[in-house]
Design a protein around this ligand. Structure first.
Ligand code: FES
Length: 161
């Protein structure tokens, strides 16, 4: 992303501290992560210490400081999901994607993460792909869930046609 585009994003959101989250969200949505050089530019342009931007980026799980795949797959391992078999769901997801948590598939399609609670415990085990919640997930359902995203981009548009 060029500095002109960054300037546009900053001026559209306003260059005060309150605007930092929407600015970072927009950058994240373009790159699927927050490149360091981009954060450095935003820091200088908005006069916000770089360390503050890193703190925000590290605090919110929706931000990533390392490149992410097109789709973010989050498997909840919180207590309620755990007792309902979340580890079997995670094992199946790892097997299908051939990656471990915090890794990205070779084709850059999926990044796998584990989380401790997604706030929907009654629906556990939960798998969230991008912003879509898949409740009462069983290991046998994992393949069908992932298949929904294999040929689509993270805007939900099918790219196979
Ligand atoms: S423990 Fe999984 S959603 Fe709460």
């Amino acid at each position: 992303m060029g500095n002109t585009k960054l300037d546009e994003i900053i001026s559209a959101n306003g260059s005060n501290r309150k605007s930092i989250i929407p600015i970072l969200q927009e950058i994240q949505s373009i790159h699927n992560y927050l490149p360091q050089e981009t954060l450095r530019y935003v820091s200088e342009k908005m006069n916000i210490p770089l360390i503050d931007l890193f703190s925000i980026a590290s605090f919110y799980s929706s931000f990533s400081l390392t490149p992410r795949g097109e789709h973010l797959v989050q498997v909840c391992l919180g207590t309620a999901c755990h007792v309902r078999g979340a580890h079997r769901v995670l094992d199946e997801t790892k097997k299908k994607l051939h990656i471990e948590p915090d890794e990205t598939t070779e084709n850059q399609k999926f990044t796998l993460k584990t989380v401790n609670c997604l706030g929907a415990c009654a629906l556990g085990p939960i798998v969230v792909v991008d912003d879509n919640y898949h409740g009462n997930t069983r290991a046998q359902k994992v393949n069908a869930i992932l298949a929904e995203y294999k040929n689509s981009n993270n805007n939900g548009n099918n790219t196979s046609e």
